[in-house]
Each structure stands twice: as C-alpha cells, then as structure tokens.
Design a binder for this molecule. Structure first.
Ligand code: FES
Length: 137
C-alpha cells in the first residue's frame, strides 16, 4: 500500500468530510469524534455517493421500550435508500457478513514526521503549523 497525503486536519472539520481521488478511486475521508475514517465513496447497494450520507448514532434496544444510543456519528446512513454502515470498517449494519464498503487505513502525522527523500539539498528553517491526514491505498 502507498501512503497519500490527502489534507490538513483543518481542511476536514469535525463532522465533515472530504472526497479525494487516489489511484482512480473516489475516497471519502470523515472526521468524527476526533478520529478520521476513509471509505470508498460508493454505496455497495446502487452506488450512491457516501459523502452525502448522514452520520448517525448506533441505536440498540436491550429490551422492549429501552433504546440506547452509542458511537454517535460513526454510523453512515446512505442518502438514497437508507442502508446503514459502520464507518470504522465499512460493514453493513443489517448484513455484516455479506455487505461492506471498502475501507482504508488512516493516520494523522505532523508535517515534520513525514518521510524525507534520499537526497539532501541546502535547507532552510521551516515551521509546520498543522497536521496532515494520510490515507493508505
Ligand atoms: S444506494 Fe445506498 S442504500 Fe441504495
């Protein structure tokens, strides 16, 4: 897998997303609760763009009349027909063994930690004021 710098963290505000093209694929990167998640920007049902999906909570019911919300913002509800997916791994909520969105590893690294090239030229002081979001494809 190759690493691709796709954004600074300030380009994807909390609750927002950014679509990037990597190796001919549209990938959407979400920023939820301080974490970043990268998924293929295509619903496995009929291909809706997941950048338009609602970021909702997981809702469970341990007994009749009792509802529990968890992982707020980490579940995607497709804009076309409402299928829901786990943003962490792309799995469908109703059929996790058969339906899945392709997901990709994401890292956040400070600019000064990114890999240096093999050659060295005359250098000048540089100040890095932001971190970058990196997707592995
Ligand atoms: S295209 Fe996503 S649920 Fe139908």
């Amino acid at each position: 897998m190759a690493r691709h710098i796709v954004a600074t963290i300030s380009e994807i505000p909390p609750g927002g997303n950014k679509v990037v093209e990597i190796a001919g694929r549209d990938i959407v990167v979400f920023h939820v609760n301080g974490e970043f998640f990268a998924l293929l920007n295509r619903c496995p049902h009929e291909g809706a763009p997941l950048e338009k999906a609602a970021c909702v909570a997981r809702l469970t019911s341990p007994e009749p009349g009792v509802y529990e919300r968890s992982r707020v913002g980490e579940m995607l509800r497709c804009p076309w027909h409402g299928w829901e997916f786990d943003m962490r791994n792309g799995q469908s909520w109703f059929d996790p063994k058969r339906v899945k969105i392709r997901s990709y590893p994401v890292a956040v690294e400070r600019g000064e930690e990114l890999q240096k090239g093999p050659y060295v030229a005359e250098t000048f002081p540089v100040h890095v004021e932001d971190s970058y979001v990196i997707v592995e494809v």
